[in-house]
Ligand binder design. Structure first.
Ligand SMILES: C[S@@+](CC[C@H](N)C(=O)[O-])C[C@H]1O[C@@H](n2cnc3c(N)ncnc32)[C@H](O)[C@@H]1O
Length: 221
């Protein structure tokens, strides 16, 4: 399979900024209660469902992976940027971090208790979310949870609104539209957190955290 140009561009762009990103973003994540509010909820749901491995997809320097791990969830990180993965391994030497892609993931069918994609689907081109969500559905076991964090768009009639991301091409997505696509993929919404636009002092965008679950009774194909 040939890699889409967009993925090579994303990799190169994040490789170039990885050190700066690793210096600034984990600190912002930990110091903002709303930025990490859904992670303890997600971890508790995973543990209540019997636990199991969780993939942090597009993990960057690994701070969310490490947060999940500190909450008793055996999380590992995956990122297309080798520089990001090198920094994640160095900051969190006890944890597993793989250079890899979202589509495909290397996990076997129905083996994960959870998937987190925190601000990584924003780099998924607008024609690709359905394929990406199908991959998340494939690796989740029945009862497994998915948590997506992303810059939100108000308009559910369009799939993806490009914005001036400082690293590489990125799109905002409508939470309603994403919830609809997740449902179509077999991942009905469980809950959402929408952070008001005024909380984003840089761009004034709302932020969305969408939680979905593969139905407990669903048998893997
Ligand atoms: C905005 S950063 C988010 C990093 C981290 N999740 C966080 O919350 O700070 C997006 C990350 O997703 C990674 N990424 C984007 N598209 C990807 C893909 N298709 N497969 C794997 N990683 C991807 C990028 O390399 C980058 O590290």
């Amino acid at each position: 399979m040939t890699e889409p140009d967009s993925l090579a561009t994303t990799r190169a762009a994040y490789d170039a900024v990885a050190a700066d990103y690793a210096r600034d973003v984990p600190e912002r994540y930990h110091s903002s209660p709303l930025a990490h509010a859904m992670i303890p909820v997600f971890a508790e749901l995973v543990r209540a469902g019997g636990g199991g491995p969780v993939a942090d997809v597009g993990c960057g320097p690994g701070h969310v992976t490490a947060h999940l791990s500190s909450l008793g969830v055996p999380a590992y990180g995956v990122d297309v940027s080798p520089e990001m993965i090198a920094l994640a391994r160095s900051a969190h030497p006890g944890l597993r971090f793989d250079v890899g892609t979202m589509t495909p993931l290397t996990a076997d069918d129905a083996t994960l208790a959870g998937v987190v994609a925190n601000y990584s689907i924003i780099h998924t081109p607008p024609e690709r979310p359905p394929e990406t969500f199908a991959e998340f559905h494939r690796v989740l076991r029945p009862g497994g949870h998915l948590l997506l964090g992303f810059q939100a768009d108000d308009d559910p009639t369009r799939l993806g609104a490009p914005f001036d991301h400082s690293v590489t091409a990125a799109h905002r997505y409508s939470p309603d539209r994403i919830a609809e696509l997740l449902l179509d993929t077999g991942l009905p919404e469980v809950a959402r957190l929408i952070i008001a636009p005024g909380e984003d002092t840089k761009r004034g965008f709302p932020q969305a955290y969408l939680l979905a679950r593969r139905p407990v009774g669903e048998q893997p194909a």
